[in-house]
Write a protein that binds this ligand. Sequence first.
Ligand code: FES
Length: 153
Amino acid sequence: MAQYKLQINGRSYEADVEADTPLLWVLRDNLGLVGTKYGCGIAQCGACTVHLNGTAVRSCSLPVSAVGTKSVTTIEGLSSTGDHPVQRAWNEVDVAQCGYCQAGQIMSASALLAKNPHPTDEQIYTAMNGNICRCGTYHRIREAIQLASTKMK
Ligand code: FES
């Protein structure tokens, strides 16, 4: 066990865990940040997506020892009031069905738009390709990203 100091959603946290513990489990089990979901555990579905220094990463496959001083943002920290342009667009388009994948979808979409506020359809497809939705909400996800893009002008 070792103690890790983590910067998450603008706050400092400490966790006593093994070095190879995936960040996902530290977030959920040690810190109570359960908005980030466990999907496949092998970085193939995107449900566990968080931002690491603004880049979308799969927290199920990222050892806590690899986080270092980088800042982590989870769905809880995207906006303190839930009104990030991507979240507002998601509500307007009514994207979610069962909802399980949606935190990861929103984190991938918000990372894309932070770097590229006006992506083409092709760029949206490429950025979101690793986020699986078993309910098939892909068309609404794409529509919401396009709507969020207009809100970010
Ligand atoms: Fe159900 Fe995406 S909304 S898995």
